[in-house]
Design a protein around this ligand. Sequence first.
Ligand SMILES: [Zn+2]
Length: 446
Amino acid sequence: MKKVDYIICGDYVLTMNERLDAFHDGAVAVKGTRIVDVGSAEAVLKNFSAGRTIEGKGRAVLPGLVNTHTHAPMVFFRGLADDLPLKDWLEKHIWPAEDSLLNPGFVYDATKLACLEMIKAGITTYNDMYFFGGSSAAAAKEIGIRAFLGAGILDFPGKTAQTPDEYLGNAEKFILDWRGEDLITPCLAPHSAYACGPGTLKRITELAERLGALVSIHLSETEWEVGEILSRYGRRPVEHLDAIGFLNQRVLAAHCVWLSDSEIAVLARRGVGVSHCIESNLKLASGIAPVPEMLRAGIKVTFGTDGAASNNDLNVLGEMSTAAKVHKAVAKDPATLDSKTALLMATRWGAEVLGIGDRAGSLEKGKLADMITVDLKKPHLTPVYDMYSHMVYAAAASDIDTVMINGRLVVDSRRPVTCDEEKIMQKASEWGKKIAVYNSGPRQVN
Ligand SMILES: [Zn+2]
């Protein structure tokens, strides 16, 4: 018998590999940061002895969920100003609050809260776009979550830089400082084609190529954006980015709501990954992305929560459920976005668009041990006919029982083990008192 660190058992093990292998009474063996075997519990328990065996009765085991677009520190702005037009929301509430309060301490404390929320919801990897990346990296590393952290880049002055030169310099330094870390992957994150001109975007493409970095950008989120880019450059947003040589496999585009057929073809041809943020798009009334059309064109569409201020939670299970239902209704076809496809988008494809599909996103021998167990002993999950269906249409974040990232347990039977949950929420409440003056409703905070 070979010695391993963990054997994690489940009544159901969904591997989400190419063949979508699934095991009834299955198990996963983990040694160090890697999965060393996946199969029937009988075979795994016969071949391996573990430092700790996690029982599988009434549980399902799946790869960890991947959140491909968020602004983690914005959790502190959750519920601060809702039900407002985007312009009022940003200009009267979010930007003034950021202007006066944003600093490295804010980003560190807020990222801890966001990471705590995400791990408890079964998210093992997230892709962020924000500022003060060093503070985000320190917080994510402490929590033990796999984090792709995009250094925000704008053409206009902000909290971290005054000019594109300064933003790019900061981004390069951030990438050089943090690359090589096990869990942290520093990236580039130009905000959008309307906040960054062609000159800045071309320099970002060169820098990404030189450093081998992922590039995240908001793309065609609103009708306003399409009109704005058309009036500035005479081309629609995707056509514009393609014309300046920006689109390639390193690019992960968030939203992609307003696309023409030819723009869908361009995204597919360039191998651009897409983060579909259905709940944010619904709440901000941005529109509904043509997801079935993108999938038919062969684009890897994945799920992003966007920031908590426009969602209002960081819960990929919720995104899957909402997206699957909305796209059925839009297509007038209940077969649209079936549960297996939705779960693939939330797991393996998420890892693929982040460039780690060969190492993560599914439960396979040799891959990184990023996985979750789901407690099935719940009224809304009993009985089980189809585990994929339960995960997409019935499971809640509170059903996530145990979470392993990189071979380390970060949530053990609902209890976070890498951080002090009470202390993180206490800090968040203290920040909330300072932020409350930017509230759109009655000035009240607990
Ligand atoms: Zn966003």
